[in-house]
Ligand binder design. Structure first.
Ligand code: T4K
Length: 389
């Protein structure tokens, strides 16, 4: 008999570096007593990221949301921005905080990223930019979006909150579009407790972002613009530096987990997986989304979400509801039908994935899913017979 997990299995668990390594870093902070305001550890972290991403145009923030808000402000984005309703609320909130009107268009059904054809159809004389999201780390249709942006003279901004550590044909994903925002929140595969990063093509933006995240200070007595406080502190930077050293290992472990999930879940009717990504994409295995087909599986997505809790498995419905369905955005423009986004939001479930998740636990989660399908659909067990059932 499979039993519910004794300890809760959450959708994610942050990677933590060996405590000894972290202590060593803390000793340096204790010695200098430099805690924030562009300290030496932040500068080192910025340099490490610059080297990794092969660009000098890197700016760090205390979280991804403020990074994106500042990006939009610094780039002077205004009017209407075409974006996706299938994302975390912070994508749209960043527009709202800049008094920009989000125009929601549909996503494509395979990887859930914004549909370039729908983007083009939504362009008006007020459109100034496209804000696309590499949702779950699935790269957007980069060439198609770049072509639309070029032809219509729009800025192309990527919410790359989920896409750290990825490359497209050996080129870091940070090099695409005019600007990308990465989140270093603890729930991400790479993190600095909280944190965010902007990477951008236009070198001149760096100084502007530095002012905007530090009250607009140029020096002790000059404030050149009304900035805010969005600085990353030394403890965050220390965590970032130390987690970065283990990035390859973290991604490798997540790849192995994904492989087990994919092998076992394809055997279960009613569970649909994202197609394989193109071989030129070095994926980061940020999330493990599945779509649940109620008829085929025998239970709705929400039913499964609740049922799994009884087994102490705490999945998440990233991203449900659609952003345009939150009361604060209901009056905002939707361009065309959002049929795909609605279908996906109603069926999506993201399964637990993190580097320290044991492969035997992944097998057990899959066995439980198989068992629930078998129980509720009344259909015979399919695929590999789970030994413990
Ligand atoms: N754009 C996109 C597309 C994003 O996904 C996000 C953030 C942003 C922009 C904004 O970036 P940030 O400003 O956050 O840097 C989480 C995260 O808070 C959020 O960063 C993330 N996206 C979003 C997708 O997920 P919640 O409310 O679902 O997280 P929470 O606290 O429920 O955590 C999920 C599970 O993780 C918990 O059940 C247990 C585990 N957990 C969590 C934390 C915080 C731990 O084990 N330890 C922890 O410290 O939003």
């Amino acid at each position: 008999m499979i039993k519910p997990f004794e300890k809760p299995i959450y959708v994610t668990k942050p990677y933590l570096p060996p405590l000894k390594e972290f202590y060593q870093g803390l000793e340096e902070i204790w010695e200098t007593r430099w805690l924030t305001n562009n300290g030496p550890i932040l500068q080192r972290f910025t340099q490490d990221l610059s080297t990794l991403l092969d660009t000098d145009n890197v700016c760090l923030f205390n979280n991804g949301t403020l990074a994106l808000q500042i990006a939009l402000q610094g780039m002077g984005i205004s009017g209407e921005v075409i974006t996706t309703p299938y994302t975390f609320v912070a994508t749209t909130h960043s527009l709202f905080w800049n008094k920009i009107r989000p125009i929601f268009v549909d996503i494509e059904p395979d990887f859930y990223t914004i549909d370039p054809e729908k983007v083009e159809a939504a362009i008006t004389p007020w459109t100034t930019a496209i804000l696309a999201v590499h949702v779950y780390g699935h790269p957007c249709q980069l060439d198609a979006l770049a072509e639309i942006a070029r032809r219509h003279k729009l800025r192309l901004i990527y919410d790359a909150a989920h896409a750290f550590g990825m490359k497209i044909g050996n080129k870091p994903i940070a090099h695409f579009g005019d600007l990308s925002m990465f989140s270093f929140h603890s729930t991400k595969l790479f993190h600095s407790i909280e944190g965010g990063m902007l990477t951008f093509q236009e070198a001149g933006l760096k100084g502007l972002f530095d002012y905007l995240k530090n009250f607009g200070f140029k020096n002790e007595v000059e404030v050149v613009m009304p900035g805010t406080n969005a600085k990353m502190n030394e403890l965050q930077a220390l965590m970032g530096i130390q987690v970065l050293k283990h990035l390859e290992e973290i991604i490798r472990k997540r790849a192995r987990i994904t492989e087990v999930y994919r092998k076992r879940l394809t055997e279960i009717p009613g569970i649909h997986l994202v197609p394989a990504l193109s071989p030129d994409i070095q994926y980061n295995y940020a999330y493990m989304p599945i779509e649940v087909d109620r008829k085929e599986f025998g239970m709705s997505r929400d039913g499964l979400y609740e049922k799994l809790k009884e087994w102490n498995i705490h999945t998440r419905r990233y991203f449900y509801p659609l952003i345009c369905d939150y009361p604060c955005y209901r009056s905002i423009s939707v361009n065309g039908s959002l049929a795909v986004a609605r279908r996906v939001a109603d069926r999506i479930l993201t399964l637990p994935i993190y580097d320290s998740l044991e492969l035997s636990d992944v097998e057990t989660i899959c066995e439980i899913l198989q068992f629930l399908h078998h129980k509720t659909s009344g259909k015979p067990m399919v695929g590999t017979e789970p030994a413990r059932l």
